[in-house]
Ligand binder design. Structure first.
Ligand code: PLP
Length: 393
């Protein structure tokens, strides 16, 4: 009998976004003229001084094991960065370095979820969350998407779901991937009050926190309920550090210590070279460059959303953060008698346009477009989508 992977690994799904981006890349490599708005990473390079710090770390021999939770310098710089950027008060012991946000989420969930615990996922949510909860032994519970509320749930909706399922935690992600939603400070207060009332852990994925538009103000739930909030954040998106694999987990000291113990056994320290780069990212002031990049995304957002709304059968709300638009394509799907997954498949095959279907984000009838792409690509994508929509009338 051939060896089989265990049931846990068989039950996990592959990331749909990575699968589509991979298919688009392969078509491009084969010489097919594909436009892809499927990527979840900035089209800018790593901030130069940060990259340089990595190069110097290699040259200077910073290539050995470090403490598993990160160097003391990086943890201290992380605590200072949380304070200066977001007004969050952490000691160095409350901050650990991780190999990016995914491992930070993994360690956080592994440190708090008991077998069978229910963790709420307000939909739409980032595709990896259900698998991360499942790996930690929990059960993910979808809280139905609320497009009519600009994709932001009320406290009451969270409280009702928490009571119905006896939930132990809730994962929040604002600015949101895939919708770009950013709650107002009052809405965030309401969400946190619901979590307090239902005695939930809050796992807050704040990786897009520097990317807000139209004056939207992001408030971290950790500023309202630090005793029950685990924050994950870093420079993956703001400093284009996606491939470096470096990030932070911050929260109550006992939980961070437990997560660090797990990390020490399962992973070891995050890459020493990336920690050196991360130290410069956290300790030096890169606000001017980060702001310049956000302004570039804003320009693209302001082009893309009205252009999408010009297309018959497509409707998009103006996102207030991140670099995604979640477009409502229910009319297009209805006319064709297909769902969003099949629509994306046809768009790729027939229009040579790669978009991500809403279903894996728990938003059927929607598609996600990333505007971390050049203006030329955005214009071409809109032209292809419009032509596709026209042909089906
Ligand atoms: C909401 C969200 N969290 C986490 C990540 C992954 O971040 P990292 O590359 O630091 O693991 C992504 C990447 O697309 C994301 O969109």
């Amino acid at each position: 009998m051939p060896l089989q992977p265990n049931l846990r690994s068989q039950s996990l799904t592959e990331s749909v976004t990575l699968a589509i981006a991979g298919k688009a890349k392969k078509l491009k490599a084969d010489g097919v003229d594909v436009v892809s708005l499927s990527a979840g990473e900035p089209d800018f390079g790593t901030i130069e001084s940060v990259a340089q710090a990595g190069i110097e770390a290699i040259r200077g021999g910073q290539t050995r094991y470090t403490a598993a939770a990160g160097t003391p310098e990086l943890r201290a710089a992380g605590a200072a960065w949380f304070q200066s950027e977001y007004g969050l008060d952490y000691t160095a012991a409350q901050v650990m370095a991780t190999a990016g946000i995914k491992p930070a989420l993994h360690m956080a969930l592994m440190a708090i979820v008991e077998p069978g615990d229910a963790v709420l996922l307000p939909a739409p949510y980032w595709v990896s969350y259900p698998s991360l909860i499942e790996i930690a032994g929990g059960r993910s519970i979808d809280v139905e998407s609320v497009p009519d509320q600009a994709f932001i749930h009320t406290g009451e909706q969270i409280l009702a779901a928490a009571r119905q399922h006896g939930a132990k935690g809730v994962m929040l992600n604002y600015p949101n991937n895939p919708t770009g939603a950013v709650p107002s400070p009052a809405q965030m207060k309401e969400l946190v009050a619901a979590a307090v009332e239902a005695d939930l852990w809050i796992i807050s994925d704040e990786i897009y926190a520097t990317m807000t538009y139209d004056g939207a103000e992001f408030v971290s739930p950790a500023s309202l309920a630090p005793e029950r909030t685990l924050v994950v954040n870093g420079g993956s998106k703001s400093h284009s550090l996606t491939g470096w694999r470096i990030g932070f987990l911050a929260g109550p000291e006992e939980i961070v210590a437990a997560a660090a113990k797990l990390q020490s056994q399962a992973i070891g320290n995050p890459c020493s070279v990336s920690q050196a780069a991360g130290l410069v990212a956290a300790a030096d002031d890169h606000r001017a460059e980060v702001t310049r990049r956000v302004a570039a995304f804003d320009e693209r957002r302001q082009y893309l959303v009205p252009a999408l709304n010009e297309i018959d059968g497509v409707a998009a709300q103006m996102p207030l953060g991140a670099f995604y638009v979640m477009a409502d394509v229910r009319q297009l799907c209805e006319r064709l008698g297909i769902d969003d997954v099949e629509l994306c498949s046809r768009l790729l095959d027939q229009a040579r346009l790669a978009l991500v279907p809403g279903q894996p984000f728990a938003a059927p009838g929607f598609v996600r477009l990333s505007y971390a792409a050049s203006m030329d690509d955005l214009k071409e994508a809109v032209a292809r989508l419009a032509k596709f929509a026209e042909t089906i009338g």
